[in-house]
Ligand binder design. Structure first.
Ligand SMILES: C[S@@+](CC[C@H](N)C(=O)[O-])C[C@H]1O[C@@H](n2cnc3c(N)ncnc32)[C@H](O)[C@@H]1O
Length: 206
């Protein structure tokens, strides 16, 4: 089964209270650390069910959410309808196969998606093209883990990332690192024990 189909399946149970809380926490950090304002155009790459755009929409001008999975985007669409959010556009697209026309984003976010992407350097270089000069890119993902986070690693290309790796990816892509720090963690039961998987947020500027 391809990745889009697997996320179509996952979409049925994807939204959980901890994910909504994490999205709120993420937006709080963005508002704290970046000059977010009502003129900003935002791209959320691998937007999934849109947990972050839903929380961020009232603080910016417009958000484009892109994802491969129709199922994830259906859940997102339903939330947009229920909450009557007018400034979000959804696109079912793989940006590695099809280019985006819009190239003036102030902020690009990608949360829990990079570990599914093989070539991070080329992904960052691609995303950088869609950013305005002095625009920001934000990556949220897992710290390096031992391969036990996902119950199946079929679509997993990286077992998380070290902060040094992320800093190197930013540098190699010509982006200036602003911060890379842990901000949350995900608890999972593994072999009868509770495991804690730390998450980082990384911010860089073009
Ligand atoms: C774990 S989910 C994360 C969703 C959301 N950003 C969050 O933080 O909850 C990863 C998402 O990335 C999407 N994805 C993976 N590779 C992609 C690609 N090449 N283009 C667009 N979306 C992709 C998947 O379909 C999935 O919805």
């Amino acid at each position: 089964m391809e990745i889009a189909k697997r996320f179509d399946e996952a979409s049925k149970t994807y939204d959980t209270p901890d994910k909504i809380e994490r999205a709120k926490k993420t937006v709080k950090i963005l508002l704290d650390k970046l000059p977010v304002n009502k003129e900003w155009k935002v791209l959320d790459f691998g937007t999934g069910t849109g947990t972050i755009p839903v929380e961020l929409s009232s603080f910016v001008k417009h958000i484009v959410g892109i994802d491969l999975s129709k199922g994830m985007l259906e859940v997102f669409k339903q939330k947009i309808k229920e909450k009557d959010l007018k400034n979000i556009t959804i696109k079912q697209q793989d940006i590695f196969k099809e280019d985006l026309e819009q190239k003036d984003f102030d902020l690009i976010i990608t949360s829990m998606t990079f570990h599914h992407i093989e070539n991070i350097k080329s992904a960052l270089e691609k995303l950088k093209k869609y950013l305005k000069e002095e625009g920001y890119i934000v990556i949220i993902d897992l710290d390096k883990e031992d391969g036990t986070f996902h119950s199946s690693n079929l679509d997993v290309k990286h077992f998380g990332f070290s902060k040094e790796e992320i800093d190197k990816f930013f540098k190699e892509s010509g982006l200036d690192t602003i911060l890379i720090e842990n901000f949350d963690s995900i608890k999972k039961e593994r072999n009868g024990k509770e495991r804690d998987y730390p998450l980082f947020i990384a911010i860089a500027k073009k």
